[in-house]
Design a protein around this ligand. Structure first.
Ligand SMILES: *Cc1c(COP(=O)(O)O)cnc(C)c1O
Length: 440
């Protein structure tokens, strides 16, 4: 049965290929116009775009996007193969270069990061957050360049910036970028600074930097800007709104939301640059994702707004509870007026997020004892899942780091990092309460 709708979907599927499909938004049943961020799409709510954004009706009428488990794509004729390789005809060729399931994930995240901004962008899905960061850095920096960033970056990012880049004659300049006049002095005095790399909020003290102010300075001194938006997600914060050129995510965290796949994405405002040299570099480096992980990511993102609302509500409740607990010396949560970056976070984020950290008065022994008493909450190091996760950097991620080094990053012996989950809030607080009992 070849209906007109079938013809329409099938032709968009076979003839337009990755680059057109990426910005399309077709729902055959409701006949929605194409792109939710820039067109006259009837979708005005964030969650509607999270659910429907990027979806293309499958020509075989599957409701959900299929997992395209195919390494290559066939050509109708040798001439078509020639046109595809020549770039004269768009279409899938080889899954390292693009795959329909990955395209849907890319289009959904791009729609969310550009939601109601009236701008274009392009996202390229990667095998991990680190792969996306590697593509970003290698695409934009060359020997002799310098990169400006701040303390408290994600561990892997810190490794690549401080250990890998220097081997390529790219020098890191790390400073406290909450100090805007220091940031300006550095940019003004060093013409070799090529990129400003930000991560906000950042580990483990939930430090935030001012995206609008720093991007304004970067534009003035002609630096490329990039922001790791993993902790916030596009629901809480849209870095493009503040003038950021590139966004990276570890989709492993809140975007996937269920801890089922590693993934990352690099998004850029300059679509020609993204479609040209950056796509080429990504294809050559080979850090591509795969259709199964992309499928899991797509399913996870549909509930992002609902999850983030609950994560943030629970985090605020937990922060309030911990702030008044006698065993706790300090709570780091940007939702609390006591956090040094409270005002910056409130200015650029919808809610303060799911992540917080707190310091036990009893130090290392209390940290270990508390972790061992947890019953429902989970002892692990990642974040972004539905369940509440706690980690103790001093005995886990940062066990082998010298104490003086740890303190530079705000990691004290009694510090606990928490990803507040979406469980019932009474149950979360009850578990923390019983685990804190011996240390009160
Ligand atoms: C996890 C994480 C990364 C790295 O992502 P992977 O998917 O593990 O490669 C980068 N930045 C932040 C903020 C993260 O939390």
């Amino acid at each position: 049965m070849k209906t007109a709708k079938f013809e329409k979907a099938f032709s968009s599927f076979t003839d337009s290929g990755p680059d057109k499909i990426r910005t399309q938004f077709i729902n055959m049943d409701k006949n929605f116009p194409t792109d939710p961020s820039t067109s006259n799409s009837p979708l005005t709510g964030w969650s509607s775009v999270a659910v429907h954004g990027g979806h293309i009706q499958d020509p075989m009428y599957a409701h959900q996007v299929p997992i395209y488990a195919s390494s290559t794509y066939v050509f109708d004729s040798a001439e078509q193969g020639m046109r595809r390789f020549d770039g004269k005809e768009e279409g899938y060729i080889y899954s390292r270069w693009g795959n329909p399931t990955m395209t849907e994930a890319e289009a959904k995240i791009t729609a969310l990061e550009t939601f109601q901004l009236g701008i274009e962008a392009k996202g390229i899905l990667h095998a991990s957050g680190m792969a996306a960061i590697a593509t970003l850095l290698l695409a934009n920096l060359k020997p002799g360049d310098k990169i400006l960033s701040h303390y408290s970056l994600y561990g892997g990012t810190n490794e690549i910036i401080s250990k890998v880049l220097p081997g390529l004659q790219i020098t890191p300049v790390i400073a406290d970028l909450r100090n805007l006049s220091l940031a300006e002095d550095l940019m003004k005095s060093d013409p070799q600074l090529k990129m400003l790399y930000l991560e906000t909020p950042a580990n483990p003290t939930i430090q935030c930097v001012d995206l609008e102010a720093l991007c304004g300075l970067a534009k003035k001194y002609k630096l490329i800007t990039a922001c790791d938006n993993t902790f916030a997600t596009p629901y809480l914060q849209q870095p493009f709104k503040h003038g950021v050129d590139f966004i990276v995510h570890s989709t492993t965290k809140f975007l996937n939301g269920h801890g089922t796949a590693i993934g990352g994405i690099l998004l850029g405002r300059d679509v020609a640059l993204m479609n040209g040299p950056i796509t080429k570099l990504h294809r050559t480096l080979g850090g591509n994702s795969n259709s199964f992980d992309a499928f899991l990511l797509i399913q996870g993102m549909k509930t992002l707004e609902v999850r983030m609302e609950r994560h943030c509500h629970n985090a605020m409740e937990v922060a309030g509870y911990l702030e008044n607990h006698p065993a706790i010396a300090r709570v780091n949560y940007t939702g609390l007026a006591s956090h040094p970056d409270h005002a910056v976070a409130m200015k650029q984020m919808r809610h303060p997020g799911a992540m917080l950290s707190f310091e036990l008065k009893g130090g290392l022994q209390a940290g270990i004892g508390f972790m061992n008493r947890l019953q429902m909450c989970v002892r692990t190091v990642s974040l972004g899942t539905c369940d509440t996760l706690l980690s103790h950097p001093a005995s886990m991620t940062h066990y082998s780091v010298p104490k003086t080094e740890k303190e530079k990053y705000g990691i004290t012996d009694g510090l606990i990092r928490m990803n507040t989950g979406i469980e019932n809030i009474q149950d979360i607080i009850q578990d923390l309460d019983q685990a804190l009992k011996p240390f009160s």
